[in-house]
Design a protein around this ligand. Sequence first.
Ligand SMILES: Nc1ncnc2c1ncn2[C@@H]1O[C@H](COP(=O)(O)OP(=O)(O)OP(=O)(O)O)[C@@H](O)[C@H]1O
Ligand SMILES: CC(=O)N[C@H]1[C@@H]2OC[C@@H](O2)[C@@H](O)[C@@H]1O[C@H](C)C(=O)O
Length: 365
Amino acid sequence: MTTLYAGLMSGTSLDGIDAVLVEAEPAGQLLAHHHQPLPAALHDELLALNAVGGVDELARAAGAARDLADAYAGCLATLLDKAGEPARSVRAVGAHGQTVRHCPAEGYTIQLLDAARLAERGGIDVVADLRSRDVAAGGQGAPLVPAFHAARFGRAGADVAVLNLGGIANLSLLAADGHVRGFDTGPANALLDHWAQRHLGQPYDADGRWAAGGQVQPGLLAALREEPYFQLPPPKSTGRDLFEPGWLQARLDRFPPAAPQDVMATLLALTVSTVIDALRLQAPNTTRLRVCGGGAFNASLMTALAAGLPGVDVQDTSADGVAPDHVEAWAFAWLAQAFVERRPGNLPAVTGANGPRVLGALYPA
Ligand SMILES: Nc1ncnc2c1ncn2[C@@H]1O[C@H](COP(=O)(O)OP(=O)(O)OP(=O)(O)O)[C@@H](O)[C@H]1O
Ligand SMILES: CC(=O)N[C@H]1[C@@H]2OC[C@@H](O2)[C@@H](O)[C@@H]1O[C@H](C)C(=O)O
């Protein structure tokens, strides 16, 4: 009988939970996927906890971790229903939790999740806290997906790049010789969604249609691109700690008010240009770019990326058989398997850790 793993991911976009059930590697197949939006109150609380300086943060963080575990358990139950599999057939679930702080330079990264409660509710071994060991070993603790990207999308003899467009964008650079690098390029949906919520009252700009009707503001774009993070060499990672609404507002305040739709177009251009700059600088021989994460459904983003990378085959990961919104959760199922088999989950060349480390902490069913 094939061993099964589940992966549960709620990323920096805060849009909800992605869950997958997969067969063990090597060459395992995806059996089921389920996406569940976060309950509105939990979404708002997690967003508030991302901002530094809130009142009574400790108790509120514990409450949010508890509520997120319940949401994860509900999502996992629906996933198993869809697949027609009982909990006992799943060897372990890799559960990411919700990043609310990411400060590897200060020696910590915080993913909220009451993993004990998830193990209690779900009846499956839970592997959680997947980033802190890499940070303890001097690494960024992120990105962790490049090893999985390499296993799924790497091609002998070709320089391939995989771009995840989540709240933050991260690139995996899969060289023809098998060497893997990866880093966060900067903001993606975190700022786009903030602007869509503020001016459209919608969680995101569907298919990038609103952005497509705006005019990029060159002065504002240049000011946004002055952010020193973009010039840092890898290893590097970032988060909502840096790219938050106040960061954007401070730069907007330097200019006469622009039409909100033009700001949206400019934010989209920021994501596209920072990805393209990073790719040109770090992996100029890339011939194939595969895009995953919810941003792969933003047609304006995809069109702008392809236009800015002539000669590169730019498509979403479904071209290689994996739907864009399945990739991250699958990576955490893959990391759960690595933990169970006590294999390292990090790539020191990506995160800058002092060496390969087994990632995660076990909460037995
Ligand atoms: N049809 C669409 N048009 C435009 N944007 C979309 C569409 N569908 C999804 N998105 C974007 O994708 C986001 C969700 O992406 P995803 O689930 O990859 O993020 P995440 O897992 O939170 O991110 P991260 O990789 O940072 O952890 C939404 O918040 C939205 O911005
Ligand atoms: C600290 C943290 O949660 N980082 C996330 C975030 O979302 C995208 C980008 O920033 C990436 O570095 C990472 O997620 C993916 C899954 C990773 O670790 O590879």
